[in-house]
Design a protein around this ligand. Structure first.
Ligand SMILES: [Zn+2]
Length: 170
């Protein structure tokens, strides 16, 4: 029996993706960075170098270096020695990249998930119908364009009077 030689372990991109799916969003721990659609590309070269390309959710988010470090660490934890993490803003991140499962978890967490950017444009200029994540009422009003970060808006529900955060669709 030959012992496996670590230098010849062939990492599959799917293995890397699975590890990245365990990394929570730095601002919203109930969803992962892959749920949010931040990881754009994973490549494994013949020489074993792993390159991960990600797009931060909003260029104004302060968590860029946190995400970068988390990605690098997660890949290294798999036993990969040669890791490169790239960030790209082209194309820019869009809320449409958030997967359906994550939208539901955002709602349960108390953050109104963003509407698809293509919806609602016929009627309103200020796009998305936002629902209260607690009672489901559409009877909400925006109290500030930006929440604690550039990524979110603050709302208050006219039905249950609860303030909540909503994603700005971009
Ligand atoms: Zn409500």
């Amino acid at each position: 029996m030959e012992a496996p030689n670590p230098s010849t372990i062939n990492f599959q991109p799917s293995t890397i993706w699975a590890a990245l799916a365990q990394i929570p969003d730095p601002e919203i721990p109930v969803v992962s960075i892959t749920d949010m659609g931040m990881v754009r590309d994973v490549t494994v070269s013949d020489a074993g170098r792993v390159t991960v390309t990600f797009t931060p959710t909003f260029s104004g988010c302060p968590a860029l270096h946190v995400i970068r470090d988390s990605i690098e660490q997660a890949v290294r934890d798999l036993g990969v020695a040669d890791v490169e993490v790239r960030s790209t803003l082209t194309p820019p991140w869009t809320t449409d990249w958030i997967n359906d499962d994550a939208r539901e978890r955002l709602r349960q967490y108390g953050i109104a998930p963003p509407a698809p950017t293509g919806e609602g444009q016929l009627i309103q200029l200020d796009a998305e119908p936002t629902r209260c994540p607690r009672c489901g009422s559409l009877n909400v009003c925006m109290t500030a364009s930006f929440g604690p970060t550039l990524c979110k808006r603050m709302y208050v529900c006219d039905n249950c009077r609860e303030p909540f955060e909503g994603f700005k669709s971009v």
